[in-house]
Ligand binder design. Structure first.
Ligand code: AMP
Length: 388
C-alpha cells in the first residue's frame, strides 16, 4: 500500500473516538463544575503521566483482576521497559504520593485528577477504550468523615453537572482480617455450587473468589452467597454505621447493597457505586470508589489510609442526554456583520475590542451577503448582530 493509500483509509483505532463539538462543550462544562466543587472542598489538582510502569498496575490492582488480565494497553519503551497506558487514576496518584512524600509535604493530602484512561474492553454503548475520568483521593485520614466527604463530593459534582436523579449504593468489605474471614465463608459457598457456575467463575474460585460476585453470567446463582457485612469485625462495623449516619446528616440518600464488591483488589471497608436512577447495568455506572487503607504501604510507601472515587465523564454525558434535564442553550454573544470590503477593518477593530472586553464575539468578515451572515449568526446561537 502506498503512503497516500494508507492515509486515505485511516480511521480512529478500534474503540477510540473523537470528542467533537458540541459534546466537547458538555465535557468541559462537567469538568469545570467538578473543578469548582473540588476547590470548595479543599482538593488540589494532580496530573500524573498517562504512561506508567506496567508493574504499578499489576501490583496495585491485583494480577487476577479483569483490567490486569485482559484490558491493558501495554508497550515497551526503547529501553525495553514495560509500560502501560493507565487504565485508572488511583495507582498513579498513589505512586506520586510515595515518590513525592506528600505525607510530609502536604498538610492534608487531598488531590483530584481529570483525564483520559485506557482499557482494551469490547467497545459497546457506555464502554469505550479511551474515556475520561474525574477522580479524587483523600490520604491520611481514617475517619468515616473522609468517606462521607468523598461520596458527598461525587454527588455534588453530579448535581452541579445537571444530573439530579441518581442512586448511591454502599457496602463495606471490612479490613484485611474481615476479608480473609469472608473469603473462607465465600469459598465454602462457592464450592457447594461450583458445578453450576461458568468457567470464569470456576477459575475465580482458585484465584480470587470475591471476583465471582461481580460475574454477570452467574449473578442469579450467586444471589444467596454470604455477604461481606456478615463478617465485619466490631471496628469495621462501627465505621460503616458512622458513615451511614454522616451521610444521613448531610441528607445524601443511599442504599445498602450487600452484594457490591467492586472489581479491584485494593479496596478495604467502604465501597460505593453511583447509578442513574432505575439503571443497574455495569455499563451505566456513573461513578465508583471506596477506601483503600493498605495500598500506599503495599506499593512501598508509609502507612496511610485513603479513600477516593472515579467518575466516568462520558457516562455522565450519556445520562444527561437521557434525563433531558440539560438546560437549553441560551442565546449569547455578538455576531459582527461586515457589509462590503470597506467595512472589514472597522469590523475587525470592533471584534478585537469586544473580545478584549471579555465579550463573546464572532464575525467572518469575508464579504458574504447579509442574508448568509444573519443565518450564520442564528445557527451559532448569537444573541445580537452588529451590522457595519
Ligand atoms: P472503575 O475504575 O471501573 O471503577 O470505573 C469508574 C467509573 O469510570 C465507572 O463508574 C464509569 O463511570 C467509568 N468507566 C469505567 N470504564 C469505562 C469505560 N470503558 N468507558 C467509559 N466509562 C468507563
Amino acid at each position: 500500500m502506498s503512503p497516500a493509500e494508507e492515509v486515505s483509509g485511516i480511521q480512529a483505532a478500534r474503540g477510540m473516538r473523537d470528542s467533537l463539538p458540541p459534546a466537547t462543550i458538555n465535557l468541559a462544562r462537567i469538568e469545570s463544575a467538578a473543578r469548582e466543587r473540588f476547590s470548595l472542598f479543599g482538593y488540589r489538582e494532580i496530573r500524573t503521566p498517562v504512561l506508567e510502569p506496567l508493574s504499578l498496575f499489576q501490583r496495585a490492582l491485583g494480577q487476577s483482576t479483569d483490567i490486569v488480565e485482559k484490558e491493558m494497553f501495554t508497550l515497551q519503551d526503547r529501553g525495553e521497559r514495560a509500560l502501560c497506558l493507565r487504565p485508572e487514576g488511583t495507582a498513579g496518584v498513589v505512586r506520586s504520593y510515595i515518590e513525592n512524600a506528600f505525607d510530609k509535604t502536604m498538610a492534608i493530602p487531598k488531590l483530584y485528577y481529570i483525564g483520559p484512561m485506557f482499557r482494551a474492553e469490547r467497545p459497546q454503548a457506555g464502554r469505550y477504550r479511551e474515556f475520561n475520568q474525574i477522580g479524587s483521593e483523600y490520604f491520611g485520614n481514617e475517619s468515616p468523615a473522609s468517606d462521607a466527604e468523598t461520596i458527598q463530593l461525587a454527588a455534588e459534582i453530579l448535581r452541579a453537572s445537571g444530573l439530579d436523579q441518581f442512586e448511591i449504593r454502599l457496602n463495606s468489605l471490612g479490613c484485611a482480617a474481615c476479608r480473609s474471614q469472608y473469603k473462607k465463608v465465600l469459598l465454602e459457598f462457592l464450592k457447594g455450587v461450583e458445578q453450576h457456575l461458568c468457567e470464569d467463575c470456576r477459575k475465580r474460585i482458585q484465584k480470587n473468589p470475591l471476583r465471582a460476585l461481580d460475574c454477570k453470567t452467574d449473578k442469579e446463582k450467586l444471589k444467596d452467597a454470604p455477604q461481606t457485612l456478615q463478617t465485619l469485625c466490631a471496628d469495621c462495623k462501627t465505621h460503616h454505621e458512622d458513615l451511614q449516619n454522616l451521610l444521613s446528616l448531610a441528607e445524601i440518600p443511599f442504599q445498602i447493597s450487600p452484594q457490591l464488591v467492586r472489581g479491584l483488589d485494593y479496596y478495604t471497608r467502604t465501597v460505593f457505586e453511583v447509578y442513574p436512577a432505575g439503571k443497574t447495568g455495569s455499563q451505566d455506572a456513573l461513578a465508583a470508589g471506596g477506601r483503600y487503607d493498605g495500598l500506599v504501604e503495599e506499593l512501598g510507601g508509609p502507612k496511610a489510609p485513603a479513600v477516593g472515587f472515579a467518575m466516568g465523564i462520558e457516562r455522565v454525558m450519556n445520562a444527561l442526554e437521557h434525563s433531558k434535564t440539560q438546560a437549553s442553550e441560551e442565546r449569547k454573544g455578538i455576531f459582527v456583520i461586515a457589509l462590503g470590503k470597506e467595512a472589514i477593518p472597522q469590523s475587525f477593530r470592533i471584534l478585537t475590542e469586544l473580545r478584549g472586553n471579555g465579550l463573546e464575539a464572532e464575525g467572518v468578515l469575508n464579504q458574504q451577503s447579509i442574508k448568509s451572515q444573519m443565518r450564520l449568526a442564528d445557527s451559532l446561537g448569537k444573541r445580537f448582530c452588529l451590522i457595519v
